[in-house]
Ligand binder design. Structure first.
Ligand SMILES: O=C(O)CCC(=O)C(=O)O
Length: 343
């Protein structure tokens, strides 16, 4: 009886926070996603505090000023329930035009990026530049500091704070990606971002993992040129699945991958130029190859985590640079989720 009352209380709380699902839909969703009552409670309480204030509602949603974008309750709900959502028209075309100039200087190597921070995310590190399929540039604002605090950083920092109003969200890392035209092997393998990062054990027990990762479409991102795709609701249980290195070792290639169950619902996240997708740290995601002969897919990634997590990462020497001298296979966290290799 107590258990039943407890479950009903949780469902009511979850339902109130998500507002669009009725009890039966909520029950079915929770059961299908195999979510623990504790996870439901966590999400419900975060949603309660992340609902936009009356003040925000009065000003409308979306891009309300030169530096502010206000999330709607539906966008916040989708982020917490599905793990990923597309935010339309975050930047204007003119703002993207300006960012694009610098972006292309990284791609042409006019702005140099050292070592493994300039690599292909789908192939071994020793692949010749001409043969790359997904050009990956880590930490652009580290290598080009005058880009810091650009319009994309200003707007996303405001959005990150709306999603986690009780925390101080800090920029953790940035990254540029380009899927070259006609590269059908420009596949970003299925993964959870937490698979790449030090776990709470490695961060001295810091068990908060709060993250929002933004991906700005610099080009229209569609199924044809390999837009983001994700397994709906897969991050809600906050469980890390076993990841396998794509190469023989992490020194050979950086990427990790996981297997999907055939029954899992995959959803595409197309995103027009100037719009942004946001995703969380546990949602299973990746992207397909670029089948367009005449269209690249450039994406500007920017991730925010709570200030305490960023500080804990830095304290163990983890900066998201692929040149970090950390143990990429374990981060000294006894990680059972980064295992073996693919062969
Ligand atoms: O945009 C993509 O294709 C994948 C990027 C990704 O996996 C990430 O930013 O975590």
């Amino acid at each position: 009886m107590t258990k039943l009352l407890f479950s009903l209380l949780l469902l009511n709380s979850f339902n109130k926070a998500t507002s669009t699902l009725n009890v039966f839909e909520t029950l079915s969703f929770v059961r299908k996603a195999r979510i623990s009552p504790l996870a439901v409670l966590n999400v419900a309480s975060t949603l309660d505090s992340a609902v936009p204030s009356e003040n925000a509602k009065g000003r409308g949603y979306g891009r309300v000023s030169s530096t502010e974008y206000i999330l709607s309750p539906e966008q916040i709900e989708s982020f917490y329930r599905d793990g990923c959502v597309t935010l339309p028209d975050v930047l204007t075309q003119e703002e993207v035009d300006e960012l694009e100039v610098v972006f292309d200087k990284f791609l042409s190597r006019e702005i140099p990026v050292p070592g493994k921070d300039f690599c292909d995310m789908s192939k071994p590190f020793n692949t010749p530049f001409d043969e790359w399929s997904i050009v990956n540039c880590m930490l652009p604002t580290k290598y080009y500091p005058s880009w810091q605090n650009n319009i994309y950083e200003q707007i996303t920092s405001h959005i990150a704070q709306q999603l986690f109003p009780t925390k101080t969200m800090a920029k953790d890392y940035d990254q540029l990606l380009n899927k070259r035209p006609g590269k059908t092997d420009a596949v970003f393998a299925w993964h959870q971002d937490m698979g790449y990062w030090p776990t709470p054990t490695a961060l001295n027990g810091m068990n908060d993992t709060s993250t929002v990762t933004f991906s700005l479409a610099v080009d229209d991102s569609t199924e044809e040129n390999g837009c983001l795709r994700y397994v709906v609701g897969s991050g809600m249980s906050k469980e890390l699945r076993p990841h396998v290195p794509m190469g023989k070792t992490r020194d050979d290639a950086h990427a990790l991958t996981i297997e999907l169950e055939p029954s899992e619902e995959v959803r595409l996240a197309p995103c027009p130029r100037g719009s942004v997708t946001i995703h969380d740290e546990y949602v299973v995601h990746g992207s397909g190859g670029n089948t367009c002969e005449d269209r690249q897919r450039r994406t500007y990634v920017l991730a925010y985590r709570s200030k305490e997590i960023v500080e804990a990462e830095r304290s163990i020497g983890f900066t998201h640079s692929h040149n970090d001298q950390v143990n990429w296979d374990t981060f000294n966290d006894d990680a059972s989720h980064r295992v073996g290799n693919k062969d």
